[in-house]
Design a protein around this ligand. Structure first.
Ligand SMILES: [Zn+2]
Length: 105
């Protein structure tokens, strides 16, 4: 025969755990929202920076040598400098980037 008080205690304990679970879930949702916001902010910032870097290179032919140096360094640091993937992280050599480097140097 099952003791009724034992069942009541188990139900209460389960209820408590569900409450804690919900609290944790709520905190996780908040943290996730913060991360999504931060990510959107950084993406926007990154897009602006890329745009500005492009403008800088295109609008100042007088400092073409400097721009070429900048591009070379950017490539060495592991980023694409080609139109296809400009500004994103590079894995290994990229033919488009190398063409770009040859053209500017
Ligand atoms: Zn590239």
């Amino acid at each position: 025969m099952v003791d009724l008080r034992t069942i009541v205690r188990q139900v209460e304990s389960l209820q408590e755990r569900i409450g804690e679970f919900y609290e944790e879930l709520g905190a996780l949702k908040l943290a996730m929202r913060d991360l999504i916001e931060e990510n959107q902010k950084l993406s926007l910032e990154n897009a602006h920076l890329r745009e500005r870097a492009h403008m800088y290179i295109e609008e100042q032919p007088a400092v073409a040598g400097e721009a070429a140096k900048y591009l070379g360094k950017l490539y060495e640091d592991g980023f694409h400098i080609c139109n296809v993937n400009y500004g994103s992280l590079r894995q290994g050599d990229c033919l488009f980037c190398l063409q770009n480097l040859q053209r500017t140097s």
